[in-house]
Ligand binder design. Structure first.
Ligand code: 5RP
Ligand code: MG
Length: 223
């Protein structure tokens, strides 16, 4: 099982607040996420500037497309994003148009799975060609006290992976959550606040990488 990648989510209200922790943590980060909040606060200019500062990093614009998929995806890719997100509640035609625009730009589309998504939808997205999904513990659910990753989440990741998806895990993930995913084929772990708000973002990101390597390298040696 390949070692998962680490993505830093930048959900800040302005670009300078994102750049400070990003500059520190960048050597330990595989993917940069221009978070939904930053996209709304600063627009695609944030993606453009982060692309210019980090030409070699993979960048996700977490634009959470629900409609007008072709236009929003084009805006994000033209600003320098590699990946864009589409919500699971979007119509299949929206998911399809985003996938097509992603293909035209050499990028990828990710489906963010929210409450109520179905396995039939997951099959349809695969037929469209989409092969990335995000299992997301929402901030709103978190605020209501749903805090732990459960067996159902882990089983869903396995089943999605069997369908050909690369699965990202997001939502208040901490380094000490990583062992929960031992044996589960995660493609990317996203950390936002756990790195951004740390006193030392570089050390926090390094701690994530150590936790990921500890769990997934040990596994590889056992198999
Ligand atoms: C919130 C998001 C965040 O980018 C994601 O949850 C990661 O941030 P954090 O680790 O702070 O939860 O998409 O809706
Ligand atoms: Mg996000």
């Amino acid at each position: 099982m390949p070692k998962p990648l680490l993505q830093l989510a930048l959900d800040t209200f302005d670009l300078p607040s994102a750049l400070a922790p990003l500059q520190q943590a960048a050597p330990h980060i595989d993917i940069i996420e221009v978070g939904t909040i930053l996209c709304l606060a600063e627009g695609m200019g944030a993606v453009r500037i982060i692309r210019s500062l980090f030409p070699d990093k993979t960048i996700l614009a977490d634009v959470r497309i629900a409609e007008a998929g072709g236009i929003i995806a084009k805006m994000a890719f033209e600003a320098g994003a590699d990946w864009v997100s589409v919500v699971s509640g979007a119509a299949p035609s929206t998911a399809e148009v985003v996938y097509n625009v992603a293909q035209e730009h050499g990028g990828e589309a990710q489906i963010e799975l929210s409450d109520g998504w179905t396995w039939n939808q997951a099959e349809r997205w695969r037929e469209i060609g989409i092969d990335q999904a995000i299992i997301h513990r929402s901030r709103d659910a978190e605020a209501q006290g749903e805090l732990s990753w459960g067996r159902a989440d882990l089983d869903s990741i396995g089943r999605l992976s069997d369908m050909g998806y690369r699965v990202t895990v997001a939502g208040s993930v901490r380094a000490d959550d990583i062992p929960t995913f031992a044996g589960v084929p995660v493609h990317v772990f996203i950390a936002g606040r756990a790195i951004r708000n740390a006193a030392d973002p570089a050390a926090a990101a390094a701690e994530f990488q150590k936790a990921i390597a500890g769990v997934y390298t040990a596994q590889e040696q056992e198999s």
